[in-house]
Design a protein. Structure first.
Length: 291
C-alpha cells in the first residue's frame, strides 16, 4: 500500500522517525475527521504496530502499544469482588443492603429504610463487611436474625431460603414448654396441620390446648374433613390388619411417653388422597380425631 502524502499546510509538523517513549513514528497514516487529528503509524519496542494521533504522542497520553498497561499500571480492584462481568455474591449483597436502607427510590425502601432500618457505619467499606461476614456459602443470602433491628455483625448471618422464609415479620412464633418455634416447625413436630395451629392460635387458645386438642370440638370439623377422616381410619384399619403398619410402644409426640396409642392420620394429607400415619395417644391429640 502506497504511503500517504504529507499535508502541505505550513503549520503541519512532520513526526516521521521521531521517538516518543516506547513508540517510534514510521509513517503518516492520514487525518481523522472525528477526532480532528493527524494519525501516525508507530512501532513499539515490543515489536507491535499501532496507529496514534500526533496530539497523543506529543502530550504523552500514549506511551506504548498497550504493553505497559499490564506492567506499570496499579491493580484496578482492591478486593476483586466488583470486577466488571464477575461481581461477587458478597458484593451484590452489600450493595443491595445499602440501597434498600438508604435510597428512597429503591422499590424495597419502605420495608427497610422507611421503617428505620440502618446499616452499621463500620460497613460503609466493603472490606469491613466481607471481613465480618466472610464468604457466602452456597444457596444462602444475607439475613437478619431480628427482623426489626439494623444491619450489623451481631444481627446478620448467611441464611438459607428456609431460614429466610421463617424469619419474617408475619411469622407466628408459639412458646410451649421450653421451646419457642414457628408454626411450620410445630406442625412438623406434632403432626397437626399448619392451618389448624394457625386457626387455634388466632382464636386465642393457650399452647396446651393448641397442641393437645379442645374437647367438644368434634362438630366443628367440616363435612369434607369428616369424610376424609373416616376414609383414612378405614385405610389405617386395613393396613394394620394386613401387617403393613407396625404399632409402636409409646406415643410419638415429642414430650409424651404414653403407651396407650392409636393410629392417627394427617388430615391435610388425607384431603389430598395420600395417607401418612403417626401413632398418638388420646391425651396428645385430643378427642376430636378419636371420638
Amino acid at each position: 500500500m502506497a504511503e500517504l502524502s504529507l499535508p502541505t499546510n505550513p503549520r503541519f509538523q512532520n513526526l516521521t522517525s521521531e521517538e516518543f517513549h516506547q513508540l517510534r513514528v514510521e509513517a503518516y497514516a492520514g487525518y481523522c475527521g472525528r477526532e480532528k487529528r493527524h494519525l501516525w503509524k508507530c512501532v513499539c519496542l515490543c515489536g507491535k504496530e499501532t496507529t496514534v494521533s500526533g496530539h497523543r504522542l506529543k502530550s504523552g497520553n500514549t506511551k506504548s502499544c498497550g504493553c505497559l498497561r499490564g506492567k506499570n499500571s496499579p491493580p484496578r480492584t482492591t478486593h476483586g469482588h466488583a470486577c466488571h462481568g464477575s461481581r461477587g455474591k458478597e458484593w451484590q449483597a452489600w450493595v443491595s443492603m445499602r440501597q434498600r436502607c438508604r435510597n428512597p427510590n429503591d422499590r424495597s425502601y419502605h420495608n427497610y429504610g422507611g421503617r428505620g432500618i440502618t446499616v452499621d457505619p463500620h460497613w460503609n467499606e466493603f472490606e469491613n463487611f466481607l471481613a465480618d461476614m466472610g464468604k457466602s456459602p452456597s444457596n444462602t443470602s444475607l439475613d437478619r436474625l431480628r427482623v426489626n433491628d439494623n444491619y450489623c455483625k451481631e444481627n446478620c448471618h448467611w441464611g438459607t431460603p428456609k431460614e429466610q422464609a421463617q424469619n419474617r415479620r408475619s411469622t407466628v412464633y408459639i412458646t410451649h414448654g421450653d421451646d419457642t418455634l414457628c408454626v411450620a416447625d410445630w406442625a412438623r413436630l406434632t403432626g397437626l396441620a399448619e392451618q389448624t395451629i394457625r386457626y387455634r392460635h388466632k382464636k386465642g387458645l393457650p399452647p396446651g390446648l393448641i397442641f393437645k386438642g379442645v374437647s367438644g370440638t368434634k362438630n366443628k370439623l367440616t363435612r369434607r374433613e369428616r369424610l376424609a377422616r373416616d376414609a383414612a381410619r378405614k385405610r389405617i384399619a386395613r393396613a394394620v390388619k394386613a401387617g403393613k403398619l407396625t404399632k409402636p410402644k409409646v406415643c410419638e409426640t415429642v414430650y409424651c411417653k404414653n403407651t396407650e396409642v392409636e393410629a392417627h392420620h394427617f388430615l391435610g394429607y388425607a384431603l389430598k388422597h395420600a395417607l401418612k400415619v403417626r401413632w398418638l395417644c388420646k391425651t396428645c391429640h385430643g378427642p376430636m380425631q378419636f371420638s
